[in-house]
Write a protein that binds this ligand. Sequence first.
Ligand code: MN
Length: 320
Amino acid sequence: MHLVEDASVPDKTFLNAPYLADPTELITPYAFFSIPFGVPYHAVDLTACAGGAEAVRAQSFVRPYALNWDHYDFDFNDVLFPDNKATVTDLGAVPTDIRHPDSVWDTGMGFVKSVVACGAVPLVVGGFDSIPPIVGGGFENETINVLHVDSHLDFREERYGVTRGYSSPIRRLREFPWVQDVVQVGMRGIGSARRGEVEDARAAGNRIVTAWELHERGAQWLLDSLTSPGRWLITVDCDGMDTSIAPGVSAREPGGLTFHEMRTLVAGLARQGKVAGVVFTEYQPGLDIQDITAQTILRLMMNVIGNQRSPKAELPYTGE
Ligand SMILES: [Mn+2]
């Protein structure tokens, strides 16, 4: 794993896409990058997830993907990059300073604002679940909705006096005036929420769909109910997904969203052109089992790129 400070220039880029250091010069409709950590509670919060983006990049070079990027993909009935034009740029990692970790809030938000100002959809692999408001904060000029997949509610006001940590991201997102609907799906078992936080989330207008309700009624049922105007920021704490497709997390909980359910939601919003951004958090490569979690993240991101086409300019792609 790279040192956090050295993670900005990847050895191999996401899907072998062009690399760009400056997010203000983006011309592709998608941008892949890492926010290696968010505002921490503990020292380990700075490093445990920091290699997640690297693992996803590496997965894109593993069979069956390696050197087959120009093959037909049945998830969107097309090739990923038609006419050999790359629609995604790899921006490396948001510059971070582990000596002043709280500064990632402003630094990261500024970075995302640059990406959004270029008209690009951010595809983010984050640290722990303190990342989502850093990404959502970049959309201040657009009314967006939030689809939050997680086994946990993450609606605490503070923890250890820290208000921007990984127990509070949805509360912070809810406070942004440009955030409209907040749909939280996958909640199950015992998490960090107390009764008061559940009541607060509902009082704030959040819609809570437990994992069991989703399994009973179906992902298509949920997708069909996401009818508010505006695009969606899809923020996925990897522990919201089932352990069988996302074992690389510290808080495993049986009964999460299956790949089929995740793909229905992600591809469904993408086909409607309503994906504003995607962020995966809590992925710890050191806990993964044969890169299963990295493959899940990669395939869901490819489902966004392949199902939500854009007329924006594209770069020559030399996949092979
Ligand atoms: Mn969680």
